[in-house]
Ligand binder design. Structure first.
Ligand code: NAD
Length: 248
């Protein structure tokens, strides 16, 4: 697909799921990759730095350490995120602040600390992991959807602010992706196998999106191949967002 040789990348939330798949793909294509995560246990050649995107001092320390280790940063994948279930009445203020602090302010924090390095790169790109929840009107996901709606808006605003600096900013909108995140949701169901089957049946393709399919979209948007693409959201959702199928 592309060649990331010589490019240095940071992937937040890169110790699991979509982030780990994206970090591994960038590394396989020749990038030097550092993962930021709460517990950054990652396989070689990935390197991990412990960082909490909801803590500004932790983010600034991690970005400085990454830039020092890598000798610069060309690519930032803002992928760390947490979920929340419930209607608008179902989450209290603390929960709203906690989720928005990770999913939205976390992107602002990591980007703010990384921008000085991206400005020095001739191949600078940011990819944010958003979600079809940003626009789909998913039931029982009010807070999570609001957080991802903000990620979508932030992506477009960042793209406008930094386009003349040569920094491209895009996002991916995964549908339901088969990661440990979804595994955790299924594990608490009364019948996880039946719940998984029902989840798959609701997908237009009859299966969940894979983490490597989302990673491929992230890698494309981060790569010089997407050199004229900024301010876009690429859905990787098995048709969930746009297809209207008759009920089975
Ligand atoms: P995951 O739980 O497998 O991985 C998320 C990673 O983020 C974990 O390693 C976790 O430790 C890390 N993380 C969480 N809070 C953090 C913090 N404060 N600081 C640093 N790291 C932190 O989940 P995933 O499914 O791979 O999700 C990755 C992204 O994809 C998230 O932004 C999520 O909203 C988005 N997404 C997932 C799906 C899905 O169905 N799995 C769908 C749409 C969007």
């Amino acid at each position: 697909m592309t060649d990331f040789a010589g490019l240095k990348a940071v992937v937040t939330g890169g110790a699991s799921g979509i982030g780990l798949a994206a970090a591994s793909l960038l590394a396989a294509r020749g990038a030097e990759v550092i993962v930021f995560d709460l517990k950054p246990d990652v396989p070689a050649p990935l390197r991990g730095i412990a960082a909490d995107v909801s803590d500004d001092a932790s983010v600034r320390d991690a970005v400085s350490a990454a830039a020092l280790q890598l000798g610069g940063i060309d690519i930032l994948i803002n992928n760390a995120g947490i979920g929340a279930q419930g209607t608008v009445a179902g989450n209290d203020d603390d929960e709203w602040h906690r989720v928005l602090d990770v999913n939205v302010v976390g992107i602002a924090r990591v980007t703010r600390a990384t921008l000085p390095y991206l400005r020095r790169s001739s191949a600078a790109a940011i990819v944010n992991t958003c979600s079809i929840a940003a626009t789909a009107g998913l039931p029982n996901r009010a807070l999570y959807s609001a957080s991802k709606g903000a990620v979508l808006a932030l992506t477009m605003a960042m793209a406008a602010d930094h386009v003349r600096e040569g920094i491209r900013v895009n996002c991916v909108n995964p549908g339901t992706a088969d990661t440990p995140w979804v595994g955790r949701l299924l594990d608490v169901a009364t019948d996880p196998a039946a719940e998984r089957a029902a989840l798959e049946a609701r997908q237009p393709m009859g299966r969940l999106v894979t983490a490597s399919e989302v990673a491929a979209a992230i890698a494309y948007l981060a790569s010089p191949l997407a050199g004229s693409t900024t301010g876009t959201a690429l859905a990787v959702d098995g048709g969930m967002q746009n297809l209207r199928l008759p009920a089975a």
